[in-house]
Design a protein around this ligand. Structure first.
Ligand SMILES: Cc1cc2nc3c(=O)[nH]c(=O)nc-3n(C[C@H](O)[C@H](O)[C@H](O)COP(=O)(O)OP(=O)(O)OC[C@H]3O[C@@H](n4cnc5c(N)ncnc54)[C@H](O)[C@@H]3O)c2cc1C
Length: 398
């Protein structure tokens, strides 16, 4: 999760993501949000709090998409400046929402490591950690013996070459965030219509219901996760995004060590109220958002169980394993901003969409109400949608 390709925001020109976004008064403005995931609901909450008239359309239940399937690992340790700012704002908001309804966050150090035999990844970790420190993040670079001093009870360290420890990470239950934000958005006046699969129109912006009725809005946000490309294509707006499948599992045996990403193995794990949550299992090919396997694969469970036993001396007792869809872009940076007059997209998160949602939802809400927010680094129109690209999973450290 730490590695994102260089590019967006390298200039350091904007501070927009570092501070709360100024959301203009929305009174008299009618807005629609397609998708009741973490991003859409955060935007809906912020829009409704600014007094806009907000309708959220969700084809299933609240959190039915990837947000209800995410691992809930949250950190602000990013190497690129614009990402670091976005994540810092997101974590500040996650902490501020702590205690809202059933939502809570738990602080936990985040270790990312490379095996002794994997110099290339080790060098990338050291370099990435140094760049995170430039952004003021408390990230320590260490080796196997340094790691042993801190985490000897929970991690195997004798084969570790280079590691880094980010102090400011958190974990949470993503479904509880989605539920809390849905409740807060409703309290602020948003209408959330579940079981309502819609399309969109541009010029003027609108939402198409039952394939015939178009409701007009001043602004429409398509935060429909893996379906965002399909929905926008229906309005004649191509975007450069591919959904891909990733997997996670929960094991019932206790684990109280750090959040850990073994970058050589490509697997991660964290404490969980039932024991431990672990993930990996990325399929780096485009998935059909309407036809994919929801359950975790046997090979994934076997692979991760194996990593857990080697990395944490942890004997997994897997109670459930599942899959979900992440969204990829050609440059591994998201698509966040207008795609046509009054129509906005929010997708392409490469496995970081949940942890950014309090900031990305807020930023796009501000933009929809005409706020002075610079979304240029993530402009969806930097691509024309016809690009050929490989799906590269978002966690890799390069
Ligand atoms: C196993 C797994 C682990 C992950 N772990 C992490 C993690 O630790 N940290 C992190 O930051 N990210 C993680 N992610 C990624 C994260 O889940 C996503 O990036 C994030 O949830 C995206 O949120 P969203 O609101 O954009 O989309 P979604 O949560 O997918 O919401 C989109 C919503 O739109 C709805 N929708 C679709 N089509 C329509 C339509 N036509 N009309 C109306 N509604 C529609 C869907 O039903 C859905 O509810 C993980 C993902 C998976 C699968």
């Amino acid at each position: 999760m730490t590695g994102k390709r260089d590019g967006a925001g390298e200039s350091g020109e904007t501070d927009d993501f570092a501070r709360p976004f100024e959301i203009p008064d929305g009174a008299g403005t009618r807005v629609a949000v397609v998708g009741a995931g973490a991003v859409g609901l955060t935007a809906a909450y912020d829009l409704a709090t600014a007094d806009a008239s907000v309708t959220v359309y969700e084809r299933g239940d609240v959190g039915a998409g990837s947000s209800g399937r995410a691992a809930g690992i949250l950190y602000d340790a990013y190497a690129e400046d614009v990402d670091a700012r976005m994540a810092a704002r997101a974590l500040a908001r996650f902490r501020a929402f702590d205690g809202a309804r059933e939502f809570s966050v738990t602080s936990c150090p985040y270790v990312f490591l490379a095996h002794e035999s994997d110099d290339r990844t080790g060098e990338a970790i050291a370099e990435t950690a140094a760049r995170m420190r430039v952004h003021g993040r408390d990230v320590t670079t260490t080796d196997g013996s340094g790691l042993r001093e801190r985490f000897c009870d929970s991690l195997r360290t004798d084969d570790v070459g280079t590691a880094a420890v980010a102090a400011g990470a958190l974990w949470t239950d993503p479904a509880s965030y989605v539920d809390a934000l849905a409740g807060l958005a409703r309290d602020a006046g948003a209408e959330i219509r579940t079981g309502d699969a819609v399309g969109v129109r541009t010029d003027p912006p609108g939402v198409v219901r039952d394939e015939v009725v178009t409701e007009r809005y001043d602004a429409v946000l398509v935060a429909a996760g893996a379906h965002t490309k399909q929905i926008l294509a229906g309005a004649g707006v191509p975007i450069a995004m591919k959904p891909y499948r990733v997997q996670a599992l929960v094991s019932d045996r206790p684990y109280d060590g750090p959040i850990c990403y073994d970058a050589t193995e490509g697997a991660y794990f964290r404490p969980h109220p039932e024991g431990l949550l672990a993930g990996d299992g990325t399929e780096p090919v485009e998935a059909d958002p309407d036809d994919w396997r929801r359950e975790g694969d046997e090979w994934f469970v076997d692979d991760v169980t194996d990593v857990l036993s080697r990395r944490a001396n942890y004997d997994a007792d897997v109670s459930r394993a599942w899959a979900g869809l992440c969204t990829a872009t050609p440059d591994r940076n998201p698509l966040l901003g207008p795609v046509a007059d009054g129509v906005y997209a929010a997708t392409g998160w490469h496995g970081h969409g949940f942890m950014w949602s309090p900031a990305s939802g807020e930023a796009v809400a501000a933009a929809m109400l005409g706020g002075d927010v610079n979304l240029d680094p993530y402009d969806p129109r930097r691509f024309d949608g016809s690009e050929e690209f490989e799906v590269v999973e978002g966690m890799a450290v390069e």
